[in-house]
Design a protein around this ligand. Sequence first.
Ligand SMILES: Cc1cc2nc3c(=O)[nH]c(=O)nc-3n(C[C@H](O)[C@H](O)[C@H](O)COP(=O)(O)OP(=O)(O)OC[C@H]3O[C@@H](n4cnc5c(N)ncnc54)[C@H](O)[C@@H]3O)c2cc1C
Length: 271
Amino acid sequence: MDINTITEIVTGLDEASLAGWREGDAFLGGGTWLYSEPQPSLRRLFDLDAFGWTPLELTPDALVVAATCKIQELYDFVPPADWRSGGLIRQCCDALLGSFKIWNMASVGGNMCLALPAGPMTSLAAALDATCVIRMREGGERRMAAAEFVTGDRRNALAPGDLLRAIELPVADLRARSAFRQASLTARGRSAALLIGLLDDAGRFALTVTASTKRPVRLAFDAAPDAAGLKDRIDAAIPDALYHDDIHGRPDWRKMLTCRLAEEIRTELAG
Ligand SMILES: Cc1cc2nc3c(=O)[nH]c(=O)nc-3n(C[C@H](O)[C@H](O)[C@H](O)COP(=O)(O)OP(=O)(O)OC[C@H]3O[C@@H](n4cnc5c(N)ncnc54)[C@H](O)[C@@H]3O)c2cc1C
């Protein structure tokens, strides 16, 4: 689709062009959402592919995913054999129910910045306690926990002009055990609840709730809780108003799903 309000697309990106960011500008990831509906407030797009960032880099501590890495590129990554949670990468990619055309264009960073509750890259990054690397509008970088990057439905922690540069997935968490649960209202529907549990070798347990809530909720425990302990933490951390309400599921149903899937995860990892 043509966005007929756009008068310029900046393709030769450098630090200087980013400094000229103004109202009406937006960063262009894969464009699968940007080009899907009218954008009356936008005049200029900064095409992030122009940076030519390496999609995936494996360091001793992290899998560094460039914001411009396509969902397909992440899906094609073959995790080392000792990453017991390496399978989460494909499970989360699979939760974005798009055709190969979407997968080849949609970027990991675009998925997180769009900040839909059912953003599966947010689920992956939050569950693995990843770090977001943000290039600030005025220059310089800041880092923040991925679990706090999405702050609500279609809201994120970026200030205008800030750019999500990369997501660092820690190898230590990728080596931990994990359990994944996802449910939708219809067979090929958007996620109504996507929960991931992590249990490391020290016995620490973490449950990350996404899709059913407007923003991710990551609950960390020093040791795996019993069923009542887990339910109490969920109830305390997720007030009814935080459950998401849209065409893909009512809040009371999402709450029921969340509690059921959380208990399944607890039983699988620590039962
Ligand atoms: C059939 C279909 C199914 C879909 N299913 C899902 C789904 O299940 N879950 C879901 O969450 N989405 C879904 N989407 C929506 C969308 O396609 C995805 O969220 C996709 O990952 C967005 O990535 P993109 O690179 O195309 O983003 P774009 O459309 O390029 O950008 C999205 C937004 O993020 C901003 N942005 C992009 N990259 C950056 C960056 N690095 N820093 C700062 N801002 C940035 C843009 O300015 C824009 O506001 C679906 C779309 C289609 C067509």
